[in-house]
Ligand binder design. Structure first.
Ligand SMILES: NC(=O)c1ccc[n+]([C@@H]2O[C@H](COP(=O)([O-])OP(=O)(O)OC[C@H]3O[C@@H](n4cnc5c(N)ncnc54)[C@H](O)[C@@H]3O)[C@@H](O)[C@H]2O)c1
Ligand SMILES: O=C(O)C(=O)C[C@@H](O)[C@H](O)[C@H](O)COP(=O)(O)O
Ligand SMILES: [Zn+2]
Length: 372
């Protein structure tokens, strides 16, 4: 199993423990690594952008290990994370006679990872799966932690399951073909880890983001550090009964925007929604007197420097009314007893879970943001 140097990030979850491998060129040895999990057959799930670039190399690498391989290729974009997409993947797995002891291999971004992982969770009541994430977002976030699912017309990720992967192979060279818009979107989730609880990492991001984009050693470091940060949270709260909600920083607003833009990736992709959501969470915290306004300005300045949107006015086609936003936010999975729970911040790297924010405060803040 010769391969270039790589970083291993363990996710010690007892009988669901697995490793995240991060490095350039890992796809070449993916077949041997996946074969070591002792399956007989694999179903690769991918999309129409990623499949033509990487599915044949992965197929060859798996077949060289004697594994039977089938491939299902879906349309790219958020709209694929749907009931129809789920039906296609489940039926393809069943048609390929994928058994419980076999493996689903998600080759793509977060859309494919969430969808394939959910199909793996439900087909035959549970098949193992491997993540081969191909976007920055999926390498730093969605391939880790076992949240799988699809969107509903009622909201983001409302139908899903916790189902941990058996292995994550993050080949950072695959990001060389990723469009700039998608690099930027994934970067919002990288910056998020600094904003949650690691001010030093946020400062590192401010100084090193160009290297992450360019594919230097900073890229591998950013992916590995993000995975370490996420794994640490997931290990202490796998099913989001407490601290894991911190990973939702920016998402109460961001998910509402994704729903309002009808999961139309030409208008808004997840990471762009998160970028606007991060900026909103910090400005909301500042407006409540919780966070120094200078920190909110610094967050916005960094996101803008990278080329990310930070304002509701930047949502193509508009962000809807305050009522539409509040209505979408009411379906957030953090809602308890009908009341919203926000992730707010006392400063950069000092985020916290904030129940008990009055609905009037949210309305006042959003009204100001829409009018800004
Ligand atoms: N499960 C989780 O914990 C979690 C965490 C964060 C986000 N998510 C979910 O992830 C999804 C977003 O994922 P995403 O940002 O990866 O989007 P995506 O999967 O839609 O991929 C973005 C685009 O890049 C293309 N692409 C992917 N890899 C490529 C490559 N190497 N070269 C060229 N093109 C490539 C895709 O075809 C697509 O058009 C959202 O649905 C979000 O809700 C889940
Ligand atoms: O892994 C988590 O937990 C996260 O919240 C990570 C988020 O970046 C991700 O977008 C996640 O899918 C959101 O989860 P949801 O439970 O709010 O749908
Ligand atoms: Zn996210």
């Amino acid at each position: 199993m010769d391969s270039p140097s790589f970083i291993t990030v363990p996710v010690p979850l007892g009988d669901r423990a697995y490793e995240i491998l991060v490095g350039r060129g890992l796809i070449e040895s993916a077949g041997a690594r996946i074969a070591s999990l002792s399956a007989r057959a694999t179903a690769i799930v991918t999309d129409e952008h990623v499949g033509p670039l990487y599915a044949s190399a992965l197929t060859a690498s798996l077949e060289a290990q004697g594994l039977r391989v089938s491939v299902v290729t879906l349309p790219p974009g958020e709209a694929t994370k749907s009931y129809a997409g789920l039906e296609r993947v489940c039926d393809a797995m069943l048609a390929a006679r994928i058994e419980r002891g076999d493996l689903v291999v998600a080759l793509g971004g977060g859309v494919i990872g969430d969808l394939a992982g959910f199909a793996a969770a439900v087909v035959r009541r549970g098949v193992r799966f491997v993540q081969v994430p191909t976007t920055l977002l999926s390498q730093v976030d969605s391939s880790v932690g076992g949240k799988t699912g699809i969107n509903s017309r009622h909201g983001k990720n409302l139908v899903g399951a916790f189902h941990q992967p058996s292995l994550v192979i993050a080949d950072t060279a695959l990001l060389d073909t990723l469009p700039l818009r998608e690099m930027r979107a994934g970067y919002a989730e990288v910056a998020k880890y600094g904003l949650i609880d690691d001010a030093r990492f946020f400062a590192w991001c401010e100084a090193n983001w160009q290297g992450v984009f360019a594919g230097g050693p900073e890229r591998d470091e950013a992916v590995a550090q993000s995975c370490r940060a996420k794994a640490a949270v997931v290990v202490r709260d796998e099913h989001e009964n407490g601290d894991r909600a911190l990973l939702n920083l920016g998402h109460t607003f961001g998910h509402a925007l994704e729903k309002i833009t009808a999961y139309d990736s030409t208008r808004l992709v997840h990471g762009e929604g998160v970028a606007i959501g991060l900026a909103l969470a910090f400005r909301f915290s500042a407006s409540l007197g919780l966070c120094p306004p200078a920190d909110a300005e610094r967050v916005e300045a960094h996101l803008k420097a990278v080329g990310l949107p930070t304002r509701l006015s930047q949502v193509p086609g508009g962000c809807g009314t305050v009522d539409a936003l509040l209505d979408a936010m009411a379906q957030d999975k953090k809602v308890k007893g009908g009341a919203l729970i926000f992730i707010l911040a006392r400063g950069i790297g000092q985020s916290f879970i904030a129940p008990g924010i009055a609905a009037d405060e949210v309305r006042r803040f959003l009204t100001g943001e829409i009018d800004a």
